[in-house]
Design a protein around this ligand. Structure first.
Ligand SMILES: [Cu+2]
Length: 142
């Protein structure tokens, strides 16, 4: 009885090994599909960037992203917060002036669009205590 089980296990493992080896055929097709192009809609001077930000579902006081980067111009931040605790995303410049922020949101999405020049900015959550707990990151605009 025990021998039979071991034999089944060995056969199953051998089968997995074969399946893994057989997967190489797909490599060419998957490698070509990873290029993304960020094209600004609307033309004119300055670009338009859309950034995706999110907070973890478990309510931890942090963003999933510690850094974001965008092109100078119109920058839209789409923020998704699956947690039941409210968060927002605010952006301030290096002198501490707040340039814009999303609405507070819990278990939902919020968005804001800010016009930004090249430089280094900080994004953070404005709920008291959250930024201090680590809910902030760096937004670099080029
Ligand atoms: Cu928060």
């Amino acid at each position: 009885m025990r021998k039979a089980l071991i034999l089944i296990a060995v056969v199953a493992l051998a089968g997995l090994g074969l399946a893994a080896c057989g997967g190489d055929d797909n490599e060419e097709t998957t490698a070509a599909a990873t290029t993304t192009t960020n094209t600004a809609a609307g033309g004119g001077a300055g670009g338009a960037s859309t950034l995706n930000g999110s907070a973890p579902a478990d309510g931890a006081l942090r963003f999933d992203q510690s850094t974001l980067s965008a092109k100078a111009g119109s920058v839209t931040i789409d923020f998704s917060n699956p947690a039941s605790i409210s968060h927002d995303v605010a952006v301030e410049d290096s002198s501490g002036s707040e340039l814009g922020k999303t609405d507070l949101v819990a278990q939902g999405d919020a968005s804001t669009t800010i016009h930004l020049q090249s430089g280094s900015y900080t994004f953070f959550c404005t709920v008291p205590g959250h930024r201090e707990a680590g809910m902030e990151g760096t937004l670099t605009v080029n």
